[in-house]
Design a protein around this ligand. Structure first.
Ligand SMILES: Nc1ncnc2c1ncn2[C@@H]1O[C@H](COP(=O)(O)OP(=O)(O)OP(=O)(O)O)[C@@H](O)[C@H]1O
Ligand SMILES: [Mg+2]
Length: 254
């Protein structure tokens, strides 16, 4: 769906905007936020070590060298999701709140204890869904759980949108997804090959790239920081101008 991708890109964009940010890998056992952020070589401790008193918070935080104010709090790879409980996660978030402007918690997949623990310490939630029926159905379930936990506002990122498929009627439209889920839209991220390349390089797109997905993540970060950023239309340039004229010529009008 893109939870880890979104967490890393928003974290970098917010930090580049001057905010003090920590990205917490709450996906215990499967940790991969450190890899996506290119910080895996510098992980020594993890947040379970902090909670168990093995180290202090500052020893576990990994500082990013590329952008000031950006930190990663890694997950433990050799522990199971039962290694922490809700009260400990709340305690961890309380510690982090004192030090950071934004705390981004990357949740594991599913609706089990790992998800609940990631959500329990949060003030608000961002749900990531792709415009596919199965993903929207999962998101609906997650939204219900978050509402029952009182984690509001809950805002939606629609990821991996493919305007050409939407136009052909083979992918749900943004408005369809919003009608079904009935939560506020935080952003729309298009399908973009540079996301995969950036993940493999360990360099989130929002560091420098100007690709469509990078721009989308940067707009999301600005909205999180409270700015009113309009939503661009991803197929704007295709529904008018040269491509539209060409489609008309071939009789493929919309
Ligand atoms: N907008 C996008 N365009 C292209 N590829 C994407 C996009 N968003 C995510 N991906 C790719 O989709 C895959 C899954 O993304 P990611 O790891 O962020 O999902 P996740 O929700 O964290 O998954 P998990 O539940 O397994 O932790 C990755 O290979 C990532 O590069
Ligand atoms: Mg993930």
């Amino acid at each position: 769906m893109g939870k880890t991708t979104t967490t890393s890109n928003i974290a970098v964009a917010l930090a580049r905007g001057g905010h003090r940010v920590v990205a917490v890998d709450a996906d215990i056992g499967l940790r991969n936020l450190d890899v996506i952020m290119g910080l895996e070589n510098r992980v020594v401790y993890n947040f379970i070590d902090v909670l168990e008193g093995t180290c202090r918070l500052h020893q576990a935080l990994v500082r990013d060298k590329r952008v000031e104010n950006l930190f990663l709090l890694p997950a433990a790879q050799t522990r199971t999701k039962d290694a922490v409980n809700s009260a400990q996660m709340e305690e961890l978030c309380a510690m982090l709140r004192k030090e950071f402007d934004f705390i981004l918690l990357d949740s594991p997949a599913g609706i089990e204890s790992g998800f609940r623990n990631a959500a329990v310490g949060a003030d608000e939630a961002i749900v990531i869904a792709t415009p596919e029926v199965s993903s929207v159905r999962d998101a609906d379930r997650i939204i219900g759980l978050l509402e029952s936990m009182g984690k509001t506002p809950i805002r939606l990122v629609i990821n991996r949108l493919r305007p050409n498929l939407v136009r052909q009627g083979d992918m749900l439209e943004v408005s369809d997804v919003l009608d079904i889920l009935a939560i506020d839209l935080l952003g729309i991220v298009p399908e973009d090959d540079s996301v995969v390349k950036a993940s493999n390089r360990g360099e989130p797109l929002t560091f420098t790239d100007t690709s469509p997905a990078s721009k989308a993540f940067q707009r999301i970060a600005l909205r999180i920081a409270g700015e009113d950023v309009p939503f661009p239309k991803f197929d704007e340039d295709r529904s008018s101008g040269f491509f539209a004229a060409l489609r008309k010529f071939f009789g493929r009008t919309e």
